[in-house]
Ligand binder design. Sequence first.
Ligand SMILES: [Zn+2]
Length: 372
Amino acid sequence: MVCLASYAKIVAMKVGLVYDPIYLEHDTGSHPENPQRLVAIMSHLEETGLKKKLTSLTPRPATIQELEMVHSPEYISRIKREAEILRRPSPPPTLSGEGRAACWLDPDTVICSRSYEVALYAAGGVLTAVEAVMNGGVDTAFALVRPPGHHATHDRAMGFCIFNNVAIAAKFALDNFNLSRVLIADFDVHHGNGTQETFYADPKVLYFSTHQYPFYPGTGWIDEIGVGEGEGTTVNFPMIAGWGDEEYLRVFNEVLVPVAQRFRPELILVSAGFDPHWADSIAMMQVSVTGFAQMVEVLKKLATELCQGRLVFTLEGGYNLQVAAASTKATFDVLLDSPEITDPLGKSSRVRHEGFEGRIKKIKQIHHIVKS
Ligand SMILES: [Zn+2]
């Protein structure tokens, strides 16, 4: 006879993978956020045999009503219109001889004729993951979508992002599954200004972010903690360039864990950006693949302890293809309870630790985190 506790251990975790080739149709040319990111990740999951262990989930497009939970109708219409213009036959050559194959929404964010529809599926892909986890079809899920989302604001595209996928998913979970509290943990190297803005006065969503600072987009200082009823439910840990696994792990264990335990989320969403890796040239943090896996482990334990394991990841940044592929695999390995994590790139030799003790002391004061 098998007792229930040991029986639970031998039941494999059911982990969902949201992916569709439509995500490759957001054509950004030679931009760092390009389709090759997902091609590299998916090839690696296939070649290593990991994909077979996952439950494939087919994404649906988000509805306009769902987008409007975060974005203005005018902004949504503008993205749709710009993509439509790009679909029209090329006009006769102008004096400058330039055609119009792409449209820049801001200095960093470009769209092609397919981008509006792809962005609907990016937002909808995270909703698919949330639905599967909340309905119990899978234990956890990772939505491998693009374009990413955490910089997109109510009425503005920013930083490679069109619609704020994770913010829409949090609103959707609150509204459709009758939840009261959702945690968004964001470890992308950039601050998720759009996500923060969406929930800055909202006590139902705890937004926690680690990000290089000072850095793009300029927001996310330690004293940005929310306003009104949302005061205290925004937690920013600005990271100094050069910090690595040790600092990230301490912030997760000493800041994220206690604030999450106090907040008691019913669902945890993760903006997973692998650009804090030491080999990602877009920024200067020194995290390793092993470090990401350890952070995922903390998130998984929190979800198990606080919200019946409900945990949904969505891809944000990460521009070194080998890093993105290995880190995504490591994330899945942790979610699957795989015994071994492979880190083909190893640890950084350039880690610095200066300034950390003062910073962590300061955030504990600001957010009233007392040592247990
Ligand atoms: Zn980023």
